[in-house]
Design a binder for this molecule. Structure first.
Ligand code: PLP
Length: 382
């Protein structure tokens, strides 16, 4: 089955009791048994829910994984993956990380004795140098947020082969339409389904996809034992969003490319971070591992200060000032004070995340309107 067919059909059958073409929302907490232990595979809804089950089958197919296990949010999905570790274990993570990922690592798991190192793991020699006999997991985000660095997933996986190290890729920014890390050698993929998978900015949701049934079994145990499960209505909304994933992401990528070129030549803009540019350091890798270059980009201003960024952020009309990404509507954000506010300023500046950096999540509106909108806001900088 090809991708555009998978989003609509993989794991999805009409409801056997009614023929409903849409998967019903099974809004129930428990299931009646005919006699003790005599049931239809469903006992209690933290453990199993039919709406959630269909969604899990569908997402597993999109990422070419054995299983998908759904959670109440992207961070709940990440929490379950980090719980595979034991005290004393080490994790090496991308140094330019989603703020919430940094926070759960440093402020939640660090106190349970798990050690985190942050590195520019795009450089495989650098990565190799940091691996010790305690390293058990590599945590990769690519493209990174908000600097749009690209990490060669296949090279990372090959460099730790045979070492009892789990490679986990947060594939939220790319979506399964653009990139499938399990095919490149990763063991685990996570998504904040809140973003491109849901795609309509109306639900918080997360998912873990696994390369082997053995890893899936551990994550499924945690899904039930910890209980950070999504409700059936949220699963329905993600299923519904996924049906147009390929079309939405394709349009967002096309729009982002045009906007990136517009910004590159704008006199008020000093730098555009976009992996689709041939002079972007990760361009060749992006071309190799992604179908298109994504709907996200960041840019910095010639007037290198927060006040100028604030003028742009407060004066766009179609780009709404908001956290999040991956919806049909375009968003504009200020990483330093919003998504990455929990990362210390010195750490931020080290990776180029200045006070004037602006991030765009490009939606699927008419691109001419989007460009005009940005042009108008930029013209207001004195
Ligand atoms: C949003 C996001 C998360 C967290 O997901 P939630 O659904 O908000 O919990 C994790 N990683 C990345 C890259 C994200 O953009």
């Amino acid at each position: 089955m090809k991708f555009g067919t998978k989003v609509i059909h993989a794991g999805i059958e009409p409801d056997p009791s009614t023929g409903a073409i849409m998967t019903p929302i099974f809004q129930t907490s428990t299931y009646v048994q005919a006699a003790p232990g005599d049931h239809k595979g469903y006992e209690y809804a933290r453990t199993q829910n039919p709406t959630r089950h269909v969604l899990e089958q569908n997402i597993a197919a999109l990422e070419n994984g054995t299983d998908a296990i759904c959670f109440a949010s992207g961070l709940a999905a990440m929490d379950s993956v980090l719980k595979l570790l034991n005290p004393g274990d080490e994790v090496i993570a991308t140094d330019d990380l989603y703020g919430g990922s940094y926070r759960i690592m440093m402020r939640v798991f660090a106190k349970y004795g798990i050690h985190f190192k942050f590195a520019g793991i795009g450089n495989i020699e650098e990565l190799q140098k940091r691996i010790t006999d305690k390293t058990r997991m590599i945590w990769v985000e690519t493209p990174t947020n908000p600097m749009l660095n690209i990490i060669d997933i296949q090279a990372v996986c090959e460099s730790v082969k045979g070492k009892n190290i789990t490679v986990c890729v947060d594939n939220t920014f790319a979506s399964p339409y653009l990139q499938n890390p399990l095919d490149l050698g990763a063991d685990i993929v996570i998504h904040s389904a809140t973003k491109y998978l849901g795609g309509h900015s109306d639900v918080i949701h997360g998912v873990v996809v696994t390369k082997t049934p053995a890893i899936a079994e551990q994550i499924r145990f945690l899904q039930n034992a910890v209980g950070a499960v999504p409700g059936p209505q949220d699963c329905f909304l993600i299923l519904r969003g996924i049906k147009t994933l390929h079309i939405r992401v394709e349009r967002a990528c096309q729009n982002a490319e045009k906007i990136a070129h517009f910004l590159k030549h704008h006199p008020k803009v000093s730098k555009v971070y976009y992996p689709g540019f041939s002079d972007h350091p990760g361009h060749d890798t992006a071309k190799k591992q992604m179908k298109m270059f994504g709907g996200m980009l960041s840019f910095d201003l010639v007037a290198n200060n927060e006040a100028s960024a604030r003028i742009v952020l407060s004066n766009t009309h179609y780009f709404s000032l908001a956290e999040s990404l991956g919806g049909v509507e375009s968003l504009i954000g200020h990483p330093a004070s919003m998504t990455h506010g929990s990362i210390p300023r010195e750490e931020r500046l080290k990776v180029g995340l200045t006070d004037s950096l602006i991030r765009l999540s490009v939606g699927i509106e008419d691109v001419d309107d989007l460009i005009q909108d940005l042009d108008k806001a930029l013209s207001l900088i004195p």
